[in-house]
Design a protein around this ligand. Structure first.
Ligand code: WTA
Length: 665
């Protein structure tokens, strides 16, 4: 673990504080009574939240923690996630409510009501059954941000199959790893998606993922588990076709009957697997189960985003990440939200695209990431000011610490000084928001996520696991189980226990540094392990190092996350080129360009290093551990810190001199 002290030094005392406006507070879904209720009886509080779901068979036991750290919540109840997110609204007379205003990047739009989704999801469920899928089978979903992505997830849930959504920015290799680990029987994909005015191919990446990569590679055999590939036609691109394996969505799903009885599953039936970077380099398949996860997602969505029937809610995340799972698909849909679903990027075809969408659909609640806010700051406030943003009434932030300047800009320029901001801290592992203001209750400080949610017990502890006093920092832990907690790492209980529960006895270790300020409010300080946060995406240093050293030119690689004004952190790689490698370009820039492309191909564009520096050595301790702290100093252009533990202190001088002489990109 890295010492968090250096980050703490930079944190001044924040004296600004913003109370909720009286008019907002008067109508808020949540009052301070939430904290009181949860404080009196936490389990009873969660029981009441769970009872808002539609249960097929009611549960009698709230929590079974006898097999800790694997929790069982509401375990003797049965329900179905799709029934909760879709059928229930139709049943209760809300079928005509708009579920999604879909906006495609090229400008195509589609409005889907809950009844429309109900019809599509039943057809899709029948289509999946016809392809031989059933309860417990795993389905990989590799789709752009289009309505079929939501329908596909819900159709899996409807038949009790377990979805594993893989973000469309991941490479064929990353997709293959995830398919193999989950032993997926089906892949749902599209011919392609739209990205910055161009067609991005997806199906060819699935073909590559499933193929044999040849003798001596990591995948000498074709993928054994996948029986079918279900392909949505989105862009109309030509695509290769494997007869017998590949099927078009419009052939397999559209002609199906629009009646399907949901599979009623036990509360602890796995709902999905979602892979996230682990510190050892191989992605971890975190999995969530049905009853507890849905309780956490729906409850937090209702009280943090203050959702009302006439709100128009827009979460800008991709459904390929946990934020899309919990705060586009499950939480908001269970609450019957009307949402915007946008396929494209913020600057296609112009830098005002998001604000145009807010104006057009009269978005009232916007949930996005600090990296997006900083990008808009860079583009200038004149752009959002050209649009009518007066419909907005609440703003959310997620994914990384939000710096006070970005928070203030968000509040003033986007929120017109009238919208409360909820800075929400949580993780793929936690399933739902753990730390956040409640918008009608909490007076907020710019940059602080403030307090634990009602019913959630967090603390900040020192190396020995002792709670730190106010004004001090340490490691963020969660001290009691919560309904939407991960139930494990797919197929690897040992890794689950050692990653999260072995650091501090009986406490969940989040991997984040945090500080309690003098008032006891919480400030999140970023990761304390080898996980980087680049534009709100989690990546590990080791994962990228493994990819670099797999290239024939590279003898050794060290990767660090250096601070970056826009993306929060950026991937910076130091590589040592092999003396005996053939055909290595003389020019460091060419080496860097080839290696960046290599990482993109191996992991995906999101992992591509911003900078690759070719060096002759990397700093190591006497025991051979790479000293990333020193490399971060170089990457961030700071004087090098303490070098006394280095095996060879002159290494740092050599690196600096080499860089000044002009290698790198
Ligand atoms: C970071 C995303 C500070 C944190 C929901 C965490 C944050 C990791 C915040 C999880 C926030 C997320 N303030 N840091 N509001 N939200 N993080 O699994 O380091 O993609 O551990 O889940 O993002 O990333 P993940």
């Amino acid at each position: 673990m890295v010492n968090v002290a250096h980050t703490l030094e930079n944190l001044h005392h924040e004296s600004r504080s913003f109370r909720p406006h009286a008019a907002f507070a008067a109508h808020a879904n949540a009052t301070s009574y939430e904290y009181k209720k949860a404080g009196v009886d936490r389990l009873q509080y969660w029981r009441e939240a769970a009872l808002r779901l539609a249960w097929r068979q009611p549960f009698t036991e709230i929590l079974d923690w006898s097999d800790a750290p694997v929790a069982r919540w509401f375990h003797d109840g049965t329900l179905n996630a799709c029934d909760n997110a879709v059928d229930r609204h139709v049943r209760e007379g809300r079928g005509d409510r708009v579920a999604f205003h879909f906006v495609g990047e090229p400008g195509d739009t589609e409005t889907l009501t809950y009844s429309d989704i109900h019809e599509r999801v039943q057809k899709a469920a029948n289509g999946l059954v016809a392809l031989g899928l059933g309860k417990g089978d795993r389905v990989a979903i590799y789709l752009p941000q289009i309505p079929e992505a939501v329908v596909a997830m819900l159709a899996c849930a409807r038949i009790g199959a377990i979805h594993s959504v893989v973000f469309g920015g991941f490479s064929a290799e990353s997709l293959r790893q995830r398919i193999d680990d989950a032993e997926a029987k089906l892949v749902i994909t599209a011919d392609g998606g739209n990205r910055r005015g161009a067609h991005l191919a997806l199906k060819p990446l699935v073909d590559e993922a499933l193929a044999s990569h040849g003798e001596g590679t990591a995948h000498p055999e074709p993928c054994a588990s996948v029986e079918h590939v279900l392909v949505v036609r989105r862009t109309g691109q030509e695509t290769a076709w494997t007869e017998g394996r590949d099927v078009w969505w419009h052939d397999a799903v559209d002609p199906q009957p629009a009646e399907h009885e949901p599979e009623w599953v036990e509360a602890e039936h796995p709902l999905f697997i979602l892979y996230t970077s682990g510190t050892t380099g191989t992605p971890k398949g975190l999995f969530h189960t049905t009853g507890g996860y849905l309780t956490g997602a729906a409850h937090t969505h209702r009280i943090v985003f203050d959702l009302k029937p006439d709100d128009v809610y827009w979460c800008t995340a991709d459904v390929g990440w946990i934020t899309g799972h919990s705060y586009i698909v499950y939480g908001p849909m269970i609450n019957g939200a009307t949402q915007v679903l946008y396929e494209g990027t913020p600057n296609t075809p112009h830098e005002g695209r998001w604000w145009e969408i807010v104006e057009q659909f009269k978005v009232t609640i916007l949930y996005t990431a600090p990296t997006a806010i900083r990008t808009f700051m860079k583009w200038g406030e004149a752009i959002p000011q050209q649009f009518d943003l007066s419909s907005l009434r609440l703003l959310g932030s997620v994914g990384e610490p939000i710096n006070p300047e970005a928070w203030m800009w968000y509040r003033r320029v986007i929120g017109g000084d009238r919208c409360p901001i909820v800075d929400t801290w949580w993780q793929t592992e936690t399933g739902a928001i753990m730390i956040s203001p409640l918008p009608g209750v909490t007076a907020t400080k710019p940059g602080s996520a403030m307090t634990a949610m009602p019913g959630v017990c967090v603390d900040v502890v020192d190396d020995a696991g002792r709670p730190v006093p106010n004004g001090e920092g340490g490691y963020l832990v969660i001290t009691e189980p919560w309904p939407s907690m991960l139930r494990g790492i797919w197929g690897n209980r040992h890794r689950y226990v050692s990653t999260y529960w072995n650091h501090f006895d009986g406490m969940y270790f989040a991997g984040d540094g945090a500080k309690k300020d003098v008032d006891g409010d919480l400030w999140l300080l970023g990761r304390v392990d080898d996980v980087m946060n680049v534009s709100g995406h989690r990546l590990t240093t080791t994962e990228i190092e493994h990819s670099l050293v797999a290239h024939p030119w590279v003898a050794e690689a060290a990767v660090v996350g250096a601070s970056d004004e826009v993306t929060g952190q950026a991937v910076v790689a130091f590589v040592i080129v092999r003396g005996d490698a053939h055909g290595v370009p003389e020019d460091g820039d060419e080496v860097a360009a080839a290696l960046r492309e290599h990482v993109r191909h191996q992991i995906g564009s999101l992992a591509k290093p911003r900078t690759i520096l070719v060096v002759s050595e990397v700093p190591k301790t006497r025991s051979g551990k790479i000293m990333r702290r020193l490399l971060r100093d170089v990457a961030e252009d700071r004087p090098t810190g303490d070098v006394t533990t280095l095996a060879d202190p002159s290494v740092m001088d050599a690196i600096r001199t080499g860089l000044e002489a002009g290698t790198g990109d």
